[in-house]
Design a protein. Sequence first.
Lengths: 318, 337
Amino acid sequence: MGRPRSILLALALALLLAACGADAESTPATGPTGSTSEPSPTVVFPVTVEGSNGSVTIEEQPTRIVSLSPTATEDLFAIGAGEQVVAVDDQSNFPAEAPTTELSGFEPNIEAIAGYGPDLVVYATEVGDLGTSLEGLGITALQLDAAATLDEAFGQITQLGLATGHADAANALVEELRAAVGEIVASAEPASGVSFYHELDDTFYSVTSETFIGQLYAMLGLENIADAVGEGSGGYPQLSAEYIIQADPDLIFLADTKCCGQSAQTVAERPGWGRLAAVSGGGVVPLDDDVASRWGPRVLELLQQIADAAIATEATAA
Amino acid sequence: MSVRGRASLIGVVVLLTAVIAGLLIGPVRIAAADVLRWLVTFGDRPPGMSEQQEAILFELRLPRVIVAGLVGASLAASGAAYQAVFRNPLADPYLLGAAAGAGLGATIAVSYGPSDAFDLTVPVAAFIGALAGVGLAYALGRSSLGGRAVTSLVLAGVAVASFLTAIQTFLQQQRSETLRQVYTWILGRLGTAGWDDVRLALPSVVLAVATLWAVRRLLDVIEVGDLEAESLGLNVPRLRLLVVIAASLATAAAVSVAGLIGFVGIIVPHAVRMLGGGSYRSVLPLSVLFGASFLILVDILARTVAAPAEIPIGVITALIGAPFFAAVLRRSGRAAA
């Protein structure tokens, strides 16, 4: 048994070394801060904002923000707080200028986060006791979890505006978004009644109208085939292939183009899917997985894309 | 009729019933008379059946029933074979690291493979991973021979499984965006079964199950003990290797098309022992028949209980299987008393 054991030992050592190396890389020195933008006159610090983790008091305008939430990252940059952001998590891939790091929002490493010397950490998911751990290190932590409604999503933008000293910009953005949503909804009215299937992955997980994304479709008056699933699915049921084929939706929205490489072509090649109306009639709409799973400002793009597809379908049917 | 003959007859009847029920029942209603007429005419569409219904029947239900049957038969047969060669009633098809290897293979394919080819790369990677996992465990466990051969193989399986799972977890943490994809795959995915999966699994399953079937008499001998088997002129290490290869091949094929489905490999062989006696001459064939029937029937529940939503099949195998097994256990206890 001598040889196998020494091999295992060597492997264990190698893994240990690799882990140490990774740690060293992801813990950069806390260097000088980036440029600090002037606080906007409307916000006087300290300020208290409402997060999913309760009321959070922010003493001074944050200048070293770490975002562990891709949505919060998009919000921060959209309201002009981007320059105060020093690090974002590995899933935050928008906008391009966001300082993406190896930090993870799913498996947060408190030490690695603290290594960026943040004065505010924004996160979506409470993993373990991330919030209290950060507070214990004297770092202000603001949780903004997955929004259940559009109002909640816009509310988070407002709170981030307050928290970062960009309240005016945030309010203006929310107003702009609300107006644009209103216009899209009005324009799509004639397309109400168009049925659709929203696909989360290639094993046919979908969303009901209870979910944030499902509500967007409902706002436009579209009919969700996943709503046939009763209560208790948690809003994200896995549909039977044969049910989808029988339901024969007018539109198929693919929110699994990135994760699972799905496209109009792969859908057409699935057994039994070729004769669906959406497939033969060009009603398969590829979405950006990221846009379709976040609740930031780009929700507008998504809504527009859905509306365009619905209007086009209605036009060909008429 | 002998006990064994009667049990086999019951097994065949149950399997046929399960297959027909699997074709008749689903979230979409198709008239039973039409389905039966379609069946006996070998796919001639009766006037009452729409093209859409025929597509559902031929392209979704039929391959799904076949895949469920192949997977159930594979898991039950390899479970029975493992229980014989390891002389352990708790041995299951995943004992020697097949599950961990398949999981790692799938994770690698999802993390680093081209995302538009998952349909092919994930099953193939899982298949290779399962075989590699068992191969590693076997190579590691074989180093100590003699009376402790069985124990050291099982322990090697445990070590290999932990090691491979650790690597899988590490990879997943590096690529957290792949978590969902990997987990839906691991939970079992009969929901997307099609003819591609039948083609992928069929050759390995037939080869492996036929091999186990052929050596079923020898399993009775090896189960008694290595020394006893050797005194009868059996080459025990070679037979054990053959059985492990065949069972792993069947398991790998099952895992590659259906993900990880627990329970079948342990419970079905034990249930059939109560039905047809403990000899592998009946345990193996009956495991094939009842394993296939069990998974086909459970899959009917998976796609109808919450229709039009699906329930992960692994959840139901345990939920239905455990009380069923308890009932069989009680009945056989009373019969023996």
